[in-house]
Design a protein around this ligand. Structure first.
Ligand SMILES: Cc1cc2nc3c(=O)[nH]c(=O)nc-3n(C[C@H](O)[C@H](O)[C@H](O)COP(=O)(O)OP(=O)(O)OC[C@H]3O[C@@H](n4cnc5c(N)ncnc54)[C@H](O)[C@@H]3O)c2cc1C
Length: 517
């Protein structure tokens, strides 16, 4: 057989990688051009700054857990990679939020999954804001865009997991059985947050965190609420930072809340709609994890192929049918995982939740000049109880439980499939290259370590497969309670020792978490 001279997958255009995109009537020529532009910028970032440093970043994180590649974050920020999932009204580019972020995730993960997760966990932290509606466009979202422009990246994280509540926080039917330690106690003017979240990606670096806590610990499902937290506020600190097996460039840590006051304005959406918000975010984030797994597989495959084509020992191996069949199987796995995550992303963006972003009311608000939109009068309207409930109302009415269940099952399928593909293909590549591949061996070993986490976070693969069985095989429905279910406990006076706006009641400045840069 002739020796192949195949170009690497990395040179394929968006529509070559996803042929069905070209025929997707929801995507105009302009959308495709925007997406291709984002992909090109991501590739250029990865080629110049990520892939050459992937092994070094992995080792640095192991040697010094406090260290973080801020220079790399700045380079990514310069290319707008922290704002790709923001709506255009907030200065982002994502008319198709999940499609965009997933495309970026595959590309970055092929270079270094740890770096991908810095940007991916940030996107996850931004996710809940989308359900806060237009009121969120001009707050933290615009600070993210400003941070990119000024070279001072504003990174976010998303916090649901607790030491005694992992999987139980990721399905509405399990939340009431979870052993939750976090609690948002209603006090006059806001809430006092207490408790510990753990394994939070970007935890040590996040300037803002979207965190979920119940207002009544006896009824978490009915009273779960999402809060936007500024990590420089008193009462917040970063706890233990994990020494991770893989994806080390992204740090994961505990976040500790000690009588941290947040105002009513810091509630995303409204009190009690946290579980619906959280599930909406997970439906969007799981295809992105599928894309990370796919990217890991692609990274391993590309590295192996390069070695097989260029190294004398590799070329000998390539003569074997067994190796060629393995290559075909890898290509097949990557292709199918990519279709799965793109289908789930399309379902989110065009069929279910993303449809809300194209709601005529939302579109109309987006046309109001920012100067007018940010005036106190309009802001008051956007922060009103009715506006806060609007997104959830539209979600339940337009998408409905059945639509959400289907979107969840599709996203869970993409996540589990992509994660398994990452493990499988990285393992196959390592087996073929083996000991004789020199430096490639270290890169492939890293990708095998990196792949494992994709099977765990955003819900373990086991939980995700249960979602597929429930939503697609058995035709079940996601267990969301009706909007406004259950009465909330009354607000009490705040204890006087609690600090507000950086100063404690006795006038002493409260310690804020220093962010190392
Ligand atoms: C490095 C890292 C980064 C992370 N980043 C974040 C983050 O940014 N934000 C965040 O909030 N969380 C994050 N997580 C948490 C992650 O989502 C959880 O670890 C995951 O959901 C699993 O929870 P657990 O570790 O408590 O395992 P457990 O829930 O204790 O599960 C243990 C095992 O039991 C199985 N199991 C549990 N319950 C069921 C059930 N009902 N039915 C069937 N099987 C079940 C699981 O599938 C698993 O195999 C991260 C985790 C890690 C390790």
């Amino acid at each position: 057989m002739a020796m192949p001279q195949k170009p690497p997958i990395a040179t394929r255009t968006l529509t070559e990688a996803f042929p069905r995109m070209a025929g997707n009537p929801q995507l105009t020529g302009r959308d495709l051009k925007t997406l291709q532009g984002i992909l090109d910028r991501t590739r250029e970032f990865c080629d110049q700054h990520v892939r050459p440093r992937a092994l070094e970043l992995d080792q640095r994180a192991w040697d010094d857990i406090e260290d973080f590649p801020w220079d790399l974050a700045r380079e990514g920020g310069k290319r707008g990679l922290f704002s790709v999932s923001l709506p255009p009204q907030a200065g982002g580019e994502a008319r198709f939020m999940v499609t965009t972020l997933a495309t970026v995730m595959e590309e970055m993960s092929a270079a270094c999954p740890g770096v991908a997760v810095i940007f991916g966990a940030h996107g996850l932290g931004v996710g809940p804001l989308a359900f806060g509606g237009p009121a969120q466009w001009d707050g933290v979202m615009s600070k993210i865009v400003q941070g990119e422009q000024s070279g001072d990246p504003v990174i976010m994280s998303f916090a649901i997991t607790e030491p005694s509540a992992g999987t139980d926080m990721e399905n509405p039917d399990l939340v009431d059985a979870a052993h939750l330690g976090c609690h948002a106690k209603p006090v006059k003017g806001g809430f006092l947050l207490n408790g510990t979240k753990c394994f939070i990606s970007n935890g040590p670096q996040a300037r803002y965190v979207t965190v979920y806590m119940p207002v009544d610990p006896a009824r978490p499902r009915a009273t779960m609420t999402c809060f936007l937290v500024d990590s420089r506020s008193p009462g917040f600190k970063v706890g233990h930072i994990e020494h991770k097996m893989g994806q080390r460039a992204s740090r994961a840590s505990e976040l500790i809340f000690e009588d941290m006051f947040v105002s009513e304005d810091d509630v995303i959406g409204s009190v009690g709609d946290g579980v619906t918000n959280m599930m909406g975010v997970l439906i969007g984030s799981r295809p992105c994890v599928g894309a990370i797994g796919t990217g890991i597989a692609r990274g391993a495959y590309e590295r192996l192929l390069e070695w097989l084509l260029n190294d004398p020992e590799g070329r000998l191996l390539l003569e074997r049918q067994q190796v060629r069949m393995a290559l075909a199987q890898m290509e097949e796995e990557i292709h199918l995982s990519r279709q799965a995550y793109m289908d789930a992303a399309t379902e989110f963006d065009n069929v279910s939740i993303g449809k809300l972003m194209k709601d005529p009311g939302v579109r109309l608000l987006g046309k109001i000049p920012k100067r007018v939109r940010t005036s106190p009068l309009v802001q008051r309207q956007m922060q009103s109880g009715m506006s806060r409930k609007a997104v959830m109302f539209l979600l339940r009415r337009r998408v409905g439980n059945r639509g959400l269940t289907r979107a969840l099952a599709m996203s869970s399928m993409a996540k589990a499939r992509g994660a398994d593909t990452g493990m499988k293909v990285a393992g196959m590549a390592l087996e073929i290259a083996g000991l004789s591949s020199g430096p490639l061996r270290a890169e492939l070993e890293k990708l095998v370590r990196d792949a494992k986490l994709t099977q765990i976070f955003e819900g373990t693969n086991q939980l995700n497969r249960l979602e597929v069985a429930e939503g697609l095989s058995l035709g079940g429905e996601i267990g969301l309670l009706p909007i406004g279910a259950g009465k909330l406990p009354p607000a009490v006076d705040r204890p006087t020792k609690v600090s507000v706006n950086g100063a404690s009641a006795n006038g002493v400045a409260a310690p804020a978490k220093a962010v190392a840069r």
